[in-house]
Each structure stands twice: as structure tokens, then as C-alpha cells.
Design a protein around this ligand. Structure first.
Ligand code: C5P
Length: 218
């Protein structure tokens, strides 16, 4: 049986820098890239637009399986509309972690996530890439950083995208989101079996990328 394209799974808490590192690792290797968090953010945005309650598991599951989602040239399109910036708003991240607790939503997104596994390989980031979606990944990384370092990074990202941000609220939201992601019953955020942990609190982006590449190539 032919072997499947290789996968590097990078999981970690909110604003740990996994997206930045994952994109650069994918670029260095010429691999495809999957930002799985964007899918949960899309469900959050689309369901908010049609007025669904974030606790309505059945309706959210149905909506998740019918969304038209396109990733193109660094943009994210929902039913053809560019929602790349709208997805980054903090309330959408928070709502994403609420809709992501439902097994109906998670199940609806499994096939789409696995379809990104194409030659020459894939770098995927999220919460359950190494534990649930790609348990056979060639390399699993758990990328983390202190709450303060993550809060500062998220603050800079939001300001750079033109959103207003307040550090106290951000830190509280980060901790709430971490707690929800770590304690949910379905696919909680955890250190997957065999994963290597990388604390990036005191690392530059370049150092983190080089470490992941060294693990993969080694
Ligand atoms: O990674 P990001 O912060 O954009 O993800 C938003 C939310 O989506 C997370 O807080 C988490 O609840 C959910 N998520 C998930 N599984 C993934 C990726 C994201 O549950 N693989």
C-alpha cells in the first residue's frame, strides 16, 4: 500500500505562535499548510450571522457540513466572501472555542481537514492535529509559551490588524479559552502521545522554526 504524504502536527494553546511557526516550516519544506483553527472560526462566524446559539449542537453540526470554505492566496473565503480579517476578531475566537466543544461540529470538519494531506506533505496546526486528525503524523509538536508572552503576542497581532485590544481582558480571555479547550470532552487540547514540547516564551520565531525543522529532518 502506498504510504500517505508526511504530516507535521503542531498543536498548542491560544496565541502560542503555532500559526506563525507552522507557516514558516511549511514554506521551508515546500509543504501544504492547514490552519485548523480557521475552520472553527468560520463555523463561529457563519453561525453568528444566521443567529444560531453556540449551544445548539445539532444545528451547528448541520451548518458545519454545508459551509463552502476556500483557502486561496493566504485568504479565507466563506461562501465566496473574503472573511480573512473578520475571522481574527477576538469575540470570534471565543465563540470558536464554544462551538468547538460539540462532537457534531468536530465530526463535520474531519474530512475537510484530512483532505489537506497531499504531496509533498502537510504542516497542520490546531489543538487535536496530533491526537485525533493525524495520529500517524511523522512529527508532533506541542508548542506553548507563558500566558504573559502569549497575551503580548495576541495584543500585537490584534493591533496590527486594526482591532482595539486591552491586555487585562485579553489575558482573562486567553485563560478562559485554554481552560475550555483543555477540559472539553471531545478532542481536548493535550500533549499528544509522542509529541515534543517546545516552549517559545524566550525563543525568536526563527529559533522555533529551526528547532521544528531539526526535529523533522533528524
Ligand atoms: O487556533 P485558534 O485560536 O484560531 O482556534 C480557535 C478555537 O478553535 C480554539 O480556541 C479551539 O477551541 C478551536 N479549535 C479546536 N481544534 C482545532 C483548532 C481550533 O477545537 N484543531
Amino acid at each position: 500500500m502506498p504510504s500517505l504524504p508526511p504530516v507535521i502536527a503542531i498543536d498548542g494553546p491560544t496565541a502560542s505562535g503555532k500559526g506563525t511557526v507552522a507557516v514558516l516550516v511549511a514554506e521551508a519544506l515546500g509543504f501544504h499548510y492547514l490552519e485548523s483553527g480557521a475552520l472553527y472560526r468560520l463555523v463561529a462566524l457563519a453561525s453568528e450571522r444566521v443567529g444560531l446559539n453556540s449551544s445548539d449542537a445539532v444545528a451547528l453540526g448541520q451548518l458545519s457540513s454545508t459551509l463552502s470554505i476556500t483557502f486561496k492566496d493566504g485568504l479565507v473565503l466563506l461562501q465566496g466572501e473574503d472573511v480573512s480579517t473578520a475571522l481574527r476578531a477576538e469575540p470570534i475566537g471565543k465563540r470558536a472555542s464554544e462551538v468547538a466543544i460539540h462532537p457534531q461540529v468536530r465530526a463535520a470538519l474531519v474530512g475537510l481537514q484530512r483532505s489537506f494531506r497531499q504531496l509533498p506533505g502537510l504542516v497542520a496546526d490546531g489543538r487535536d492535529m496530533g491526537s485525533v486528525i493525524f495520529p500517524d503524523a511523522s512529527l508532533k509538536v506541542y508548542l506553548t509559551a507563558s500566558v504573559l508572552a502569549r497575551g503580548q503576542r495576541r495584543y500585537k497581532q490584534l493591533i496590527a490588524k486594526g482591532f482595539s485590544a486591552n491586555m487585562t481582558d485579553l489575558l482573562r480571555d486567553l485563560e478562559e479559552r485554554d481552560a475550555r479547550d483543555q477540559t472539553r470532552e471531545n478532542a481536548p487540547l493535550l500533549i499528544a502521545a509522542g509529541a515534543k514540547t517546545l516552549d517559545t516564551s524566550d525563543l525568536s520565531v526563527d529559533q522555533a522554526v529551526r528547532q521544528v525543522l531539526a526535529w523533522y529532518q533528524g
